[in-house]
Design a protein around this ligand. Sequence first.
Ligand code: CBF
Length: 829
Amino acid sequence: ASGRTQIADHPLALAPVSAPASSVDGFVREFLKNLNFTQGVPLSASSPNDRYLALAHTVRDYLMARWLEDQRGQREAQSKGVAYLSAEYLLGRQLDNNLLASRLTDVATEALAKCGIDIDDLRQQEVEPGLGNGGLGRLAACFIDSLATMSVPSIGYGIRYEYGIFRQTFVDGQQVEQPDAWLSLGSPWEFPHPEAAQTISFAGHTETYDDDGVERSRWIPAWNVQAVPYNYMVPGYHNGRVNTLRLWRSVATNAFDLRIFNSGDYEEAVRAQIFAENISKVLYPEDSTPQGKELRLQQQYFFVAASIRDFLTNVLAEDFDLEKLPERIIFQLNDTHPVIAVPEFMRVLVDEKKMDWDAAWAITQQCFAYTCHTLLPEALEVWSVDLLGRLLPRHLEIIYRINDEFLLAVRERFGDDEMRIRNMSIVSDFPERSVRMAYLATVAGAKVNGVAELHSQLLRDKVLPDFNEFYPGKFTNVTNGVTPRRFIRLANPQLADLITEALGAGWTVDLERLRGLESFAEDPEFRARFAEVKAANKRTLNTVLLARDGLSVPDGHMLDVMVKRLHEYKRQMLKVLHIVTSYEGIISGRVDVKDVTPRTFIFGAKAAPGYVMAKRIIHLINAVGSVVNADPRVEGRLNVVFPPNYNVTLAERVIPAADLSEQISLAGKEASGTGNMKFALNGALTIGTDDGANVEIRELVGDDNFFLFGMTEPEVEALWAEGYRPSEFYQKDEDLRRAIDLIASGAFSGGDRTTFEPVVSNLLYDDRFMVLADYASYIAEQGKVDAAYGDQDAWTRSAILNVARSGYFSSDRSMRDYIQRIWHTPPAY
Ligand code: CBF
């Protein structure tokens, strides 16, 4: 530390780093320098990967001065900031985003052209870091983009998984998972700091001791690992700010135990290393159900403990008065995954900083806020007391004490209402003794928010009503949002240009300005240009899919798109039934093929590897696709396209090309959705249920520009209460019967009736997500979609109105809501 102080005092240490010249020639020089000095190759002998890495390093160099300046500024200002704790960040490719943020896209393109390189070829080299499963991880990535763009002092904390979400392949139509070795060719965007590693402990036991007359507890851990920080730049858009994302990698404390090594037991000697590195090895491929695996709890504790320590020792000023922590920091818990941070924070304050329990608890309750992202009971994480006690014994004690004091307060308020006490207890006894992490987060958090109006209301009124009564004002809503930089500017450059031409610059950071497009929707010339952008995006998608997967999207088809994780509640099955119904109608001769609107159905979906029914549905989609696409009777009318390995990079091509956005979850099940927002912002019309953020999208874009179908949440509840028998819907509806019978007949499985039998019986005798109950309404609404699509000009008008009225769904607005309702941070340092 003393060495650092001396250097910090040196006059040169204060000299600002300056960015290289932003001219084309300046960029060429920097690029070649990186190629030679970082990659160690001349241009003539460089590989595409060398050139990509050199380009990435060059862009980094341009951002560096601002990054260092921002770190210095935030350190000096010590104003209140946000630490976003998230187990997932689904970042997408970085190169284009960083070029865009730093206004270097044109300079870089020209500079590379001067070197005889097409920048597009280098773009293709980048492997996206898939450090998230779906919506929740992508939301975190949008939020850090917005925080940087709005100059909010903040830091994102997470895990640097060595293997991100698996790479999906299809073998005979079935999902096969391959490891996602995203780091294998090098990762130019990260800055590792092994010298700043933190020691993170696990297991062992606790003891009490006498500390000058005060009885205190301490934890004597059994083993530990090192958490090595990897820093990533998070540049704001055109504002000269660069925030930090810090992801932790686990490594062994002592790579080899030399004693064991010398004794000749090499395997045993490296065992510790393998064990330690497992913690950040793989992202859990789970979206809505916790796996309950010990490793997952290790991951969660590992990253929050490292982050809290990092904040307290490296980010906070050395002499900071801990009593004032609430004026300095708010830790936002992205779902239940980081909630173990609460007892860890208490442990640090009480055991390490020797703070009084009540004072520490008062501080903790102001320093955390919790976002819930689900309504599915099985997705609310619980940890068995047995596991917690083994892995984090001191934390379990702390949780017990928090719970005891909380339940005492509940008793004081509501009397000895044992049922209520049991319902509100953080520690539950059924089916096994376990800790309900959402409850812990609710008790500890200054605020609890849902992610769309309907979700927040259901969270308050149905999932946690007792807590809402006990803590009036604690529950709030912040509707999700998406970054317009990535999802309009980068993904849909032609639309972005058209918007800029119509409205002027500025909308990219003030998305409500899109409203100005409403009047353009009435202008035939603008409509024609808008339609041409959509057509061009479809052609681009066709080119991409051909090159990527040998798939094609025929000209003139409506693009009907359903891209999201495969989950029964999202109801890809309903989409399949629609396709089979259309197909069956034509081949049975009941529908004249000439009357059918040509449609290409595009799917993108990964199923959690252990989720058998989801994988069967993927198989069925592929099977239906194979039969439909090969049948000459429907040629030119129905086409099913299911590119494997849907990810952020593919999303950026699919969404701008879509005409119809499928948001068809069972009402009351989808917390928000963010894909729905991306589609609307890119001029797709939605067919959707009254669920999640669809409700707000419909309210904003208007009933005339949205295809609503299906039961409302209260209707769903009522049908359950009355007793839902899916087979009755099957019996009553001829179209439905024919579709299901066709699947059951083996028509999509080479005559084998057994292949999809489990899917069919699940629908007929279980159907937890009420696909059959909403089928008729969905099919009827799809009829209206066909009719509307028949009038292309009117459709385009609706599409423009969707864009114009969706500005609310910018993640910048979400951030403003968090700032106002939850964080109370100043807008900039
Ligand atoms: O809030 C972000 C998204 O999170 C999920 O993906 C999740 O993992 N819980 C939800 O399923 C989405 O509804 C939500 O938009």
